[in-house]
Write a protein that binds this ligand. Structure first.
Ligand SMILES: C[S@@+](CC[C@H](N)C(=O)[O-])C[C@H]1O[C@@H](n2cnc3c(N)ncnc32)[C@H](O)[C@@H]1O
Length: 300
């Protein structure tokens, strides 16, 4: 007998119960049918679906402007910045080039070897001095209080429980320094993940943890960490792929982290329908609501 977990989800106005058998790697769906658990996206398919996301995403500009505004407010002069889960350094690179100031010291933790390599190559243009670590930031990581800004941009999904990782990150701030977190709010992808929770592929490295600012704020409150949350606008522009079911299904693959091309056709159609039903149709514009939360904690 495998471990048997069950959960329920609501879709299209009706309630559906399904269950997930970890050992047999099958998922029992609403018809009572047992289907194979979707495979995790391969690296190539992840890159392909991520490429599609980048093409349609309009979330980046509000995030960039919000970080520029925050650095200008808290650090009007010189500053040091630690970037936890920096990726390839593209986001911070774009922010700094529009801020027209570079930090005296740029530090980063990046655990993905490919991302780290690109980040390391880019880091000389980010600051006069850099310290980039090819290692995972954990809740046990001990930081010296030497940073004016600590940034966790869309990286907390991999770090559970989020509150303890935030606590470890806060230890790196100088008094008056600021921690800036970008994370999904309970909207957009989060809602779809909830509707298809039982089909979600949770990878060992934590990718696709169903996490949002809603859970984060509750964890911070429990730890007595005083944080403020600001909702930034953001959307995915599906206007050009609206009639392309394969592309919309690929968005679903990205959202769940699983290969939906191999699941029964009725589940594929259901995913495409859910994506379309969560999209605002304004004449020729098809806009999927995907805001970003900016959570700020200042060290006293
Ligand atoms: C979605 S990307 C975001 C990249 C960048 N911060 C941005 O906003 O564009 C998340 C990054 O966090 C990295 N990451 C995940 N868990 C990590 C950990 N525990 N320590 C360091 N990096 C981590 C991943 O490898 C990935 O590059």
């Amino acid at each position: 007998m495998g471990v048997f977990l069950s959960g329920s989800f609501w879709g299209g106005g009706y309630s559906v119960r399904s269950s997930f058998d970890l050992k047999a790697k099958t998922v029992k769906v609403e018809s009572g049918q047992q289907i194979a658990q979707p495979a995790a996206l391969s690296e190539a398919r992840y890159a392909e679906t991520f490429g599609l996301l980048v093409r349609v995403s309009r979330e980046y500009e509000p995030m960039k402007q919000a970080l520029i505004r925050t650095i200008s407010r808290y650090c009007p002069e010189s500053f040091s910045l630690l970037d936890i889960g920096a990726g390839r350094g593209i986001f911070i690179g774009d922010v700094l080039s529009e801020l027209f100031r570079r930090p005296d010291l740029y530090g980063a933790y990046e655990s993905n070897p490919d991302h780290f390599q690109a980040l390391q190559a880019k880091s000389p243009e980010l600051a006069r001095q850099q310290s980039v670590w090819r290692e995972a930031f954990t809740s046990e990581t001990v930081l010296k209080p030497e940073w004016d800004v600590v940034l966790m941009s869309h990286s907390l999904y991999w770090m559970q429980p989020m509150g303890l990782h935030v606590q470890a990150a806060l230890a790196g701030l100088k008094p008056g320094g600021v921690l800036v977190i970008f994370l999904q709010p309970p909207a957009g992808f989060y809602k779809l993940q909830l509707d298809f929770m039982d089909l979600m592929v949770c990878r060992d490295n934590g990718l696709n943890n169903h996490a949002s600012s809603q859970e984060l704020m509750a964890e911070l409150k429990a730890l007595n960490i005083d944080a403020t949350e600001e909702l930034l606008p953001g959307y995915l522009d599906f206007s050009d792929i609206w009639d392309d079911d394969r592309a919309l299904l690929d968005m679903g693959c990205f959202i769940l982290g699983g290969e939906l091309r191999e699941v029964p056709e009725w589940i594929q159609k259901k995913m495409v329908h859910h994506i379309q039903a969560n999209t605002l149709q304004l004449d020729r514009f098809k806009l999927f609501n995907q805001p970003t939360s900016m959570v700020i904690v200042q060290k006293s």
